[in-house]
Write a new protein. Sequence first.
Length: 214
Amino acid sequence: MTPLKPQPPQPSQPSQPTPARQIRAVYTPDTVTVYQAYPPGIGRPAAGDGRFPARWKRERMTWIKPSFLWMMYRCGWGQKEGQETVLAVEISRAGFEWALRHACLSHYDRAVHPDRDAWRRALRAAPTRVQWDPERDPLLRPLPYRSLQLGLSGEAVARYADEWIVSIEDITPLAHRVHALVRAGDLDSARGLLPVERPYPVDELELAHLLPSG
């Protein structure tokens, strides 16, 4: 799996404002890393075997997040009940992009959908859905731009579990180390341990059905 380690400093470039909605992730030419959190009875076997155990419920929607800090916000640094094991799941980019193409926004937007009934029909038919949630800083405060959260159901869950997964890594120790530094007020060291998430290369036209107005 792609090591979740800091990368060497890059030459400084003029800063550009972050788009209001943008996919940012750790990725290679073939894979992209997403995050999930589970109780130890699911998370540890998944990391050990590189696949989810039989007790993992395929009939339920499962949410994957390319943002490490949004995952930390969601799981409380791996301390919330039922989310004590934080996983970095490396999946194929082909699978990730299939999920994006077949997704529907989880909420109605008049700039995207002709009307609410059309949105409801699209949502029922879509095997994946998208939410754009406020990105977080190391203190887990909301930032003025959003990150992708991708919900998988039905066919997408089966593809995720059986076809897309390349590897699964238990990164709970990393979550705890970063959290300890944040609590100690050493934000620079905490940032130095964060996975380096870059804008994911996808044409905005291909995301038009997932980019609400405003």
